[in-house]
Design a protein. Structure first.
Length: 364
């Protein structure tokens, strides 16, 4: 699959105003670009090419109105503001700023963030304010990325070094990636979230495997440290009936047949990833809370097996005196629960979503 991203910069400015636009009147420029491009793209299938065009804000509406029903063009905007409208908070006090929600309702599906011209602009403003922190620009761009994702926009994140940074290009790119893409990660949620892009060949499977491995190990370390330092050492669960309950939970989880844990793992992450999907789809705080709460509440009430939760409960039970060994924990619970979680999230949420919306099957 080919991925083509076209940034139109400010090519709309006519030559009379020292620009380069000679192809269409400014008021018709956006619709003209779309009409010409989508006709040329009709010979391609949606599964063969992803084509995103990033317009100056003034032309997004006319460009959207020119789109055909099954157009291959994915409308995009050129960066967004790092904050947005929120229910019960900010109703729209963003004079002079381009928010994610505003771009979404105009018809944008994608956003270009971190272009060298945007980086230079932000660095210049910070320098005028006396700030010479090289990481500040990346932190601001990270806020833009998070705001874009919250608004439901796909992000094309630009990285690259300036001429004076070429001697340390690896460090520069690493900073741009690590800071710009920073955010909390949950292994089971990533089972679903990363699958559509991998199946659509937007990034390789080895990148998915690397993410899963690192996040899994990080979740495991965090669960163990929290159980030991903040529960066991503090004596939070030392008294009855909590002590006995925790031991019984650990024993019950390693006493189930392997196939039962596997199936319960599928059900658990199917529901957890649906919760993640619903949370991502909702724009208001109330909608996100309801979307997250119901599926998670269901998997807990049913008694399904969540590998990351078990990284906390079973070791804590062992610390509290449950007669469970590490071999039993890993072999009888953690491995089947993890495999089930991967199947539940990757196949039944991420994979199905890609099949319906990413391959053109729904349109056929």
């Amino acid at each position: 699959m080919k991925h083509i991203f076209l940034n139109l910069k400010r090519f709309d400015i006519p030559t009379d105003y020292h620009g380069v636009n000679e192809i269409a009147p400014v008021r018709e420029w956006g619709s003209y670009i779309v009409s010409q491009l989508q006709d040329a793209l009709e010979k391609y299938r949606e599964t063969d090419v992803e084509f995103a065009v990033y317009f100056p804000e003034a032309h997004i509406l006319s460009a959207e109105q020119a789109l055909k029903k099954d157009s291959m063009i994915q409308l995009g905007c050129q960066s967004i503001y790092r904050a947005d409208t929120e229910e019960g908070k900010n109703f729209g006090a963003f004079t002079g700023n381009r928010t994610g929600n505003a771009m979404r309702v105009l018809g944008c599906k994608s956003v270009l963030i971190g272009h060298c011209e945007e980086r230079a602009d932000k660095a210049g403003i910070l320098e005028e304010a006396g700030c010479r922190d090289q990481e500040a620009v990346n932190r601001i761009l990270n806020q833009e990325i998070l705001a874009a994702q919250k608004a439901g926009l796909r992000v094309t994140y630009c990285v690259g070094e300036k001429a004076e940074e070429q001697s340390r290009w690896k460090e520069t790119l690493q900073e741009q990636l690590e800071i710009g893409l920073a955010g909390a990660e949950l292994f089971t949620g990533n089972n679903a979230v990363l699958i559509p892009g991998a199946l659509g060949r937007r990034y390789p499977w080895k990148a998915v495997a690397r993410n899963w491995a690192l996040v899994y190990l990080g979740n495991f370390a965090g669960a163990l440290l929290f159980a030991y330092f903040f529960v066991y050492l503090t004596g939070v669960a030392a008294s009855e009936p909590w002590n006995e309950a925790i031991r019984n939970i650990a024993l019950a989880k390693v006493s189930m047949p392997w196939h039962v844990v596997l199936l319960k793992g599928i059900g658990a992450n199917w529901l957890v990833c649906l919760a993640v999907w619903l949370g991502m789809c909702s724009r208001g705080a109330a909608g996100k809370i309801l979307g997250l709460w119901f599926p998670v509440m269901c998997f807990v009430a049913i008694g399904y097996e969540h590998s990351i939760a078990n990284m906390f409960f079973i070791p804590l039970g062992m610390m509290q005196g449950a007669e469970v060994g590490w071999g039993e924990f890993i072999g009888r619970n953690l491995i089947p629960a993890t495999l089930g979680n991967i199947a539940g999230g990757a196949v039944f949420v991420g994979g199905l979503y890609w099949y319906v919306y990413g391959t053109g099957k729904a349109k056929e």
